[in-house]
Ligand binder design. Structure first.
Ligand SMILES: [Zn+2]
Length: 328
């Protein structure tokens, strides 16, 4: 996919245990607006630059320092660059190379999304809810890190994808969101304990078609009926920043989604255009930024006892790799 990879590139960015990739929940402010608001709360910007990576110039990497001195890497909006193709997510490799080199242990990602819930009534997830997701749909671009020891896996090791989004950190975030629910600014917080929400990234450059959404709803309803003793399954349509590579690198992922709309075609009366800009500019940013600055400054690095993020990787016997063609 890349014209070339330059493995000799040296990392010249910050080091940090914590990173944020949050995107559209903060789109109402713009990068400078976010940094201005962070500064008002005692954060400082130690550096902001696009860095050289083996795959070309990275997206903007901001080194923030919290009022308590904690270092945080912030890569705005999933690492997307204006005008660059986002379908193949070539920015993923640049971003993950940066946070690998930075030594990041916890990464937070906030997204906005459309909900495709086949249920009706109070149980259904609707716009205004915040979802802490259960799982995701794997895609071809959820791959390794080309040109590094993390490019491939099968013969060397394997990891499992149970609980891809750190349950320990989900619990912490749910408690932080409680005041927003009590004040009515968020309708409710939906966790895997009440609904198993799977994240789907659209396979094109815009929202899904009517058929795409029915396709996923049929799958979700059938899958729920297969496991009636467990919480129902629904799909959430938006971003999903390579949970495979996060796990391979041993990073705890805290993912949250602010539900901004019904999935396209689901509610004939629902006009996405009429609501989405208001939510993005007037509702989501204040809540998301307050929560992010709080958690990024205070949340711990989980010790691994309450999640699988750093413990699901198993090393294979050497004979597995000896059974493949050897590199030159
Ligand atoms: Zn974890």
């Amino acid at each position: 996919m890349y014209p070339q990879i330059d493995p000799t590139v040296a990392y010249e960015g910050p080091s940090a245990d914590f990173a944020s990739f949050t995107g559209s929940p903060l789109w109402g402010y713009g990068i400078d607006g976010i940094l201005d608001r962070a500064a008002e709360q005692g954060w400082t910007v130690a550096s902001r630059a696009r860095l050289n990576t083996p795959y070309g110039l990275s997206p903007l990497v901001v080194h923030l320092v919290a009022p308590n001195g904690r270092d945080v890497v912030w890569i705005p909006s999933y690492g997307e660059v204006v005008g660059e193709d986002s379908l193949y997510h070539l920015n993923f490799e640049k971003c993950f190379w940066v946070i690998w080199q930075a030594g990041v242990k916890v990464m937070m990602v906030g997204g906005t999304s459309g909900i495709a819930d086949w249920r009706q009534g109070d149980a259904a997830i609707i716009p205004g809810d915040v979802v802490l997701p259960w799982s995701f749909y794997t895609r071809f671009n959820h791959r390794g890190l080309p040109g590094t020891q993390y490019e491939s896996m099968w013969s060397k090791c394997r990891f499992l994808l149970g609980d891809p989004f750190c349950p320990e950190l989900q619990g912490l975030m749910a408690s932080k969101l409680t005041p927003y629910v009590e004040s009515g600014r968020i309708r409710s917080v939906r966790t895997p304990a009440d609904t198993r929400v799977a994240m789907i990234v659209p396979d094109s450059i815009t929202f899904e078609s009517d058929f795409d959404i029915l396709h996923w709803m049929a799958i979700s309803k059938t899958a729920s009926e297969i496991q009636p003793e467990r919480p129902p399954i629904v799909t959430l349509h938006g971003d999903c920043l390579n949970p495979l590579l996060s796990r391979y690198l041993g990073i705890h992922v805290l993912y949250y989604h602010m539900v901004s709309n019904y999935a396209h075609g689901l509610e004939p009366e629902h006009d996405i255009h009429s609501t989405i800009n208001h939510l993005y500019t007037q509702v989501f940013p204040e809540i998301a930024l307050a929560m992010e600055l709080d958690l990024l400054a205070t949340m711990p690095v989980p010790d691994g006892s309450g999640c699988q993020c750093t413990t699901s990787l198993g090393v294979a016997p050497p004979s597995f790799s000896q059974s493949l063609t050897q590199p030159v």
